[in-house]
Design a protein around this ligand. Structure first.
Ligand SMILES: *Cc1c(COP(=O)(O)O)cnc(C)c1O
Length: 473
């Protein structure tokens, strides 16, 4: 079979030369044909990969207001620290006495997350947000099993929730009961009361929720749930909105996961390593995955003695490199974490106020770190939300999250984060206003976008169902 290469021009980039062997390779094992590598010089190979990487969009290239993803700036010093020899080359089976430095870092990170969430104990093992959810739901399940309360089979989840919430609860064997949002975009208390009974294990909530709205009745909800003998799970992926201002403990939650790769500055988006630590109240401490990192007489150790542990959820201790980045970020920011959240909220409200006359804003309230517009008006003029997203790509801007949350038609979910300057926000606002104007006057033109990206308009369905990923001559 003839191998086809994207590039090959006859240059010799290998340069290995003849090698001398003092034994003879058997004739039948010797290669008959050329090895079939592309013929390029080293420099040409470098250019090829640079060219490919330039086709990617990333936070270092432009504004990335992807809602519910917190695409903030990830300080480069984090990368330097995570790549220090002692952190990245330590063998995970090394004895505790030889790993005091990394154990100290993990212990300190646990302590920091306890302060930020108000919780009593932490596991750093889960490798992502959804993995943290699964871990948290396993803890809740084991808690009721251990108490002999076997009838609690249901988990309540608001209709605005991230899709991973019902998926995680279901994977644990719970039945999902959806609770409706009211016209303020918040959990409807009366609907909640109607479905509460002694078969309910708990509720999974996000606060601020995925509409970017703070649940004003969260204290009433947590009292209702606790009076019912149920537990409250907090999806902390949106933690960038509240750092240092309030915490899930004050709101009455029992289990929390955080997305270190969102709020605590790890590059993410391509499916790379993440971390979703789970923090719990004292009563749930004995169900955590083992080991947790403890400190005794000034020495750090891995503690496997957790009476009702749900067991391990990840090999070794989780994605340690992500912990280094998060800890560096927390140390670097200190009290300023509070300012980061304040600026994230301010930036979101600024954009919301500038766009709300032009685009529909179904829940017109002060938002937290993000908000959700509806492209309904533009849809009626001939361009749906997908079209708006594609048009944005021609302005060096990553599209916002679209068609989520499901309760908003033609949803456009915008999360600017605290990292962006006013100039960048203004440029984005202008672009969005211009697109709306363009849709009014010349929708056909808008539908041709994107025009400046390496791949132009694709058939969404075909691209998802039958992706064509091979190079053809
Ligand atoms: C991102 C996110 C998750 C899932 O986190 P992953 O790390 O992608 O698994 C869960 N809930 C909410 C609200 C999120 O924004």
């Amino acid at each position: 079979m003839k191998t086809i290469f994207h590039k090959s021009n006859g240059a010799d980039g290998t340069g290995l030369g003849e090698c001398e062997l003092n034994f003879k390779i058997p004739e039948n094992l010797l290669r008959k044909d050329l090895i079939g590598l592309p013929q390029l010089s080293e420099l040409e190979v470098m250019r090829h990969y640079k060219e490919l990487s330039d086709k990617n969009f990333c936070i270092e290239k432009g504004f990335y207001p992807l809602g519910s993803c917190t695409m903030k700036y990830n300080p480069k010093v984090n990368e330097l620290l995570a790549s220090l020899e002692g952190f990245c080359n330590l063998h995970p089976l090394q004895e505790d006495c030889d790993s005091q430095g990394v154990l100290e870092l993990m212990y300190n990170l646990q302590e920091s997350l306890k302060i930020l969430t108000g919780m009593d104990a932490v596991t750093l093992q889960p490798a992502a947000g959804a993995h943290g959810e699964l871990t948290g739901m396993m803890i809740i399940k084991k808690y009721f099993e251990t108490k002999g309360d076997l009838k609690r089979k249901k988990v309540i989840i608001p209709d605005s929730a991230h899709g991973t919430n019902p998926a995680s609860a279901k994977m644990c064997g719970f039945d999902i009961v959806e609770v409706k949002s009211n016209d303020k975009g918040q959990v409807d208390i009366n609907s909640l009361k109607e479905i509460l009974d002694d078969t309910v294990a708990g509720i999974m909530m996000t606060n601020p929720n995925t509409l970017g709205i703070f649940e004003e009745n969260v204290l009433e909800i947590s009292k209702l749930m606790h009076d019912n003998g149920s537990l409250l799970y907090y999806d902390g992926a949106n933690f960038n909105a509240i750092m240092g201002w309030t915490n899930p403990r004050l709101m009455g939650f029992d289990v929390v996961h955080l997305n270190l790769h969102k709020t605590f500055s790890t590059p993410h988006g391509g499916g790379g390593p993440g971390a979703g630590p789970v923090c719990v109240i004292k009563d749930l401490q004995e169900y955590l995955p083992s080991p947790v990192i403890t400190k005794e007489n000034g020495k750090y150790k891995r503690d496997y003695n957790i009476p009702h542990s749900i067991g391990k959820v990840r090999s070794f201790y989780g994605n340690f490199g992500i912990m280094v980045r998060a800890y560096a970020y927390i140390l670097m920011m200190g009290q300023k974490l509070k300012l980061a959240s304040a600026d994230a909220v301010l930036n979101a409200n600024y954009i919301k106020e500038k766009l709300k006359g032009t685009y529909d804003l179904p829940y017109d309230k002060q938002c937290m770190h993000e908000f959700v517009l509806s492209g309904e008006k533009q849809h009626k003029q001939g361009v749906n939300t997908l079209g708006i997203a594609k048009r944005l790509m021609d302005s060096n801007c990553h599209p916002p999250t679209v068609y989520f949350p499901l309760i908003v038609h033609e949803a456009i979910m915008i999360e600017p984060t605290e990292s962006e300057s006013k100039a960048v926000l203004d440029e984005f606002i202008n672009t969005m206003l211009n697109i709306a104007k363009e849709i009014e006057t010349n929708p056909e033109q808008v539908l041709k976008s994107p025009l400046k990206t390496p791949i132009k308009k694709v058939d969404e369905t075909l691209a998802a169902r039958k992706p064509d990923l091979t190079f053809k001559e």
